[in-house]
Design a protein around this ligand. Structure first.
Ligand code: AMP
Length: 246
């Protein structure tokens, strides 16, 4: 699904040989889910009203994609799933010099440092409690400030990607939430959408209460239609397999 990205989205600004000889580029992940979410959105809305779609796959691993007329234009994960927004245990986008500092300071190998950034970072590290958003939300509601920060940081970074991808798409028709957190956490969806009214994103707090159901959660006057679309990677894989076997 991510192979339709243009070179300006998938190339890294590093010496060319790393691309031509070693094929280092943004590949993206969760492609099956992004494809399902954007395709389903087009089915529900019609191609014209779902021309510019951002899919937010928010789970233990999280990624966003910018989709124009059903084709992926950009996505937040890269060569590896470490890139993009902070996740359950992954740091997300980070200044490479942070890794260099950690390696030098604690005498870590590159693999040891990457292990920390992949498995001991993200909301787990910020909250000090759990990588599970349910635990973090419960503790934040009980007044745990580190958990509040973890949730705020997550919503903030997702919001930044939504702003960025709205620019990539030249506007936005639909915003799709999917995967464990995207489908189930009304508070995370509300924090992400808060302050995005200027982009035409207005969610209805009552409609937003739903969990794990396909539904519109935006107000009737919201310029952007905000959807919760439970992902169905199994169906996508089955359909692809059936098509290949024809
Ligand atoms: P996934 O990787 O798509 O299976 O999503 C797993 C993540 O979804 C975990 O961090 C769960 O805590 C989160 N999740 C599942 N249900 C809820 C819920 N009701 N509220 C908040 N997060 C949830």
């Amino acid at each position: 699904f991510h192979m339709t990205m243009p070179p300006k989205a998938y190339r890294y600004a590093i010496p060319t040989k790393w691309y031509t000889e070693e094929h280092l580029r943004r590949y993206g992940f969760h492609g099956t889910s992004h494809r399902f979410g954007s395709k389903r959105c087009i089915e529900l809305m019609g191609a014209e009203k779902a021309s510019r779609v951002i899919v937010c796959h928010l789970g233990n691993g999280s990624s966003l994609s910018a989709v124009k007329d059903g084709k992926c234009q950009d996505t937040s994960m890269g060569l590896s799933p470490l890139a993009g927004v902070p996740m359950g245990t992954r740091a997300g986008d980070i200044d490479t010099c942070v890794a260099q500092y950690m390696m030098n300071h604690d005498n870590l190998t590159a693999d040891e440092c990457l292990n920390i950034l992949n498995k001991k970072s993200g909301v787990l590290a910020l909250s000090g409690v759990s990588s599970d958003f349910r635990d973090i939300e419960t503790a934040a509601n009980e007044g745990n400030e580190d958990c509040r920060l973890a949730l705020d940081k997550f919503a903030y970074e997702v919001k930044k990607y939504i702003g960025s991808y709205t620019t990539v798409l030249g506007g936005l028709d639909c915003l799709v939430f999917t995967a464990g957190v995207g489908e189930n956490s009304a508070t995370t969806r509300a924090s992400i959408c808060e302050g995005l009214e200027y982009l035409g994103i207005k969610i209805d707090p009552e409609k937003n209460k739903i969990r794990g159901e396909e539904a519109i959660i935006s107000t009737p006057d919201s310029k952007v239609t905000v959807w919760v679309i439970p992902t169905n990677e199994e169906l996508m894989i089955a359909q692809d397999t059936a098509a290949l076997c024809k």
